[in-house]
Write a protein that binds this ligand. Structure first.
Ligand code: AMP
Length: 442
């Protein structure tokens, strides 16, 4: 493992080239500007959110994009690895300052099988899983893992797409028919052939994530564990810090540290985790996936941490010292999905911060986020209630845990939710959230 920057340093960085131009790119550019950097983007939609902050190059203009930037990073993990390879090699030739994070991180994050194999090789626990390439192998996996299982495409799925819950034997054929095109490379999610992955279905209590930044000299700084609530695989809400998880923070920190060091990673990474019970009945975490980029569950850090995940990512990419990741104030971040709320009604709520992504309204699309940080932390619960009242789309904002988009398999989705709701009694009350108690436990 090398910890020094592997690229020759040739020039001063002025412009950061970002692969992708969505809201993550937009917020990276917002963080880069006060530090004195500008951003350009490689993105096929000229009206993308990031277009407000810098020039957008079409993917046909890769050479111009390369010429315009001094160093490269990404905000979209399904970026073709061939592009990242090219940016890595121009950097290695000495004409650019580097491509961060490294290609290997992207290669692993794009493949659920490689990702879970890496976790296990690093001694990081996951749900049991098996590779599936045929209906016969799917049957074997169902027998070996025991039903229910979650069948997923190993590549190309996002926000819960490309997943199917198999609850009983009669679902096996339907699940295979729904996802088999991925194996032959005919599916819309995976243009190249890629196996499926069968995962044991975990009755998790909660979903949490940890975000960390790693600098070019190998220094790592971790944010607090946060709790995530999804609706049909889309993040609806993040609570930072996650209540009552300080005993899991070390385990999560160790896991993300091992992963980042193993990949010689540079930049911000998120690790998504399930909280569950081990064989002895002790609460523990299982790794689900990494995101080799800034992450939706870290948006709260713009206002809620000493240094935001966006600023720390930029600092890592341009080789500046990382900033403090401490939580300065408990926060709740809510994604605005599909329809914009009345902004003045939102800002009437004490401690509400609004971030629009300047996108057109569309069903379940992430178009903005709101972070609630009322002065008095005991007002968080009432601030949340006020926010829910003014949001046109309230999905996922109840105490619902874990949803999988099962295509048209709504009966299974319902069955899964029934199982999950059995666990929701363990959900913490927002009223428990006090900076004093959280800090004391650290
Ligand atoms: P993923 O695309 O792997 O992040 O999955 C989307 C969501 O589906 C997760 O956030 C969980 O709520 C749920 N999920 C994924 N894998 C499993 C599993 N093996 N068992 C139970 N729920 C799962």
């Amino acid at each position: 493992m090398t910890t020094a920057n592997a690229y020759p340093v040739t020039q001063t960085i002025r412009t950061i080239g970002i692969l992708g131009g969505g809201q993550l790119g937009m917020m990276l550019a917002e963080a880069a500007m006060p530090l004195g950097y500008q951003c350009v983007f490689l993105e096929d939609n000229p009206e993308c959110p990031a277009s407000l902050y810098g020039h957008v190059f079409h993917s046909d203009q890769l050479a111009d994009f390369i010429a315009a930037a001094d160093v490269f990073t990404l905000e979209f993990e399904n970026t073709p690895t061939s592009t990242v390879e090219q940016l890595t090699s121009v950097s290695k030739s000495g004409s650019k300052q580097g491509m961060f994070p490294p290609l290997i991180a992207l290669d692993i994050a794009q493949d659920r099988l490689k990702e879970k194999q890496m976790f296990n090789a690093l001694d990081i626990a996951t749900v049991p899983f098996m590779e599936v390439n045929s209906e016969a192998e799917l049957k074997q996996a169902c027998e070996a893992l025991g039903l229910p299982i979650v069948l997923k495409t190993s590549r190309g799925g996002y926000d819960g797409k490309g997943q199917f819950v198999i609850k009983q034997e009669s679902d096996i054929k339907t699940a295979w028919l729904a996802l088999k095109d991925a194996v032959s490379g005919k599916g819309s999610l995976t243009p190249t052939p890629a196996p499926l992955i069968a995962e044991g279905f975990i009755n998790f209590n909660r979903e949490v994530s940890i975000i960390a930044a790693r600098a070019q000299n190998g220094q790592i700084r971790c944010y607090d564990l946060v709790e995530n609530h999804h609706h049909h695989g889309i993040l609806a809400k993040t609570q930072a810090p996650a209540v009552g998880t300080s005993h899991l923070l070390q385990q999560a920190t160790d896991a993300i540290t091992k992963i980042m060091n193993h990949l010689d990673y540079v930049g911000v990474m998120a690790l998504e985790l399930f909280v569950t019970k081990d064989a002895r009945g002790h609460t523990t975490i299982l790794a689900n996936e990494i995101a080799p980029r800034v992450h939706n569950s870290g948006h709260w850090s713009i206002e809620g941490a000493v240094t935001s995940q966006f600023e720390n990512h930029i600092r890592a990419v341009v080789n500046l010292p990382l900033g403090d990741t401490d939580n300065v104030h408990p926060a709740i971040m809510v994604n605005v999905l599909g329809q914009y709320p009345d902004i003045s009604a939102v800002l009437n709520i004490d401690g509400a911060h609004y971030h629009s992504y300047h996108k057109a309204e569309r069903d379940d699309r992430k178009i903005a986020h709101i972070t609630l940080m009322p002065n008095d932390v005991t007002d968080l619960e009432s601030a949340m209630a006020k926010l829910v009242a003014v949001l046109p789309n309230k999905v996922g904002l109840d105490k619902e845990y874990g949803n999988i988009d099962t295509h048209s398999n709504t009966a299974d989705a319902k069955a899964k939710n029934d199982v999950l709701e059995d666990n929701s009694g363990e959900a913490d009350s927002l009223a428990e959230l006090s900076p004093k108690t959280e800090k004391a436990k650290k």
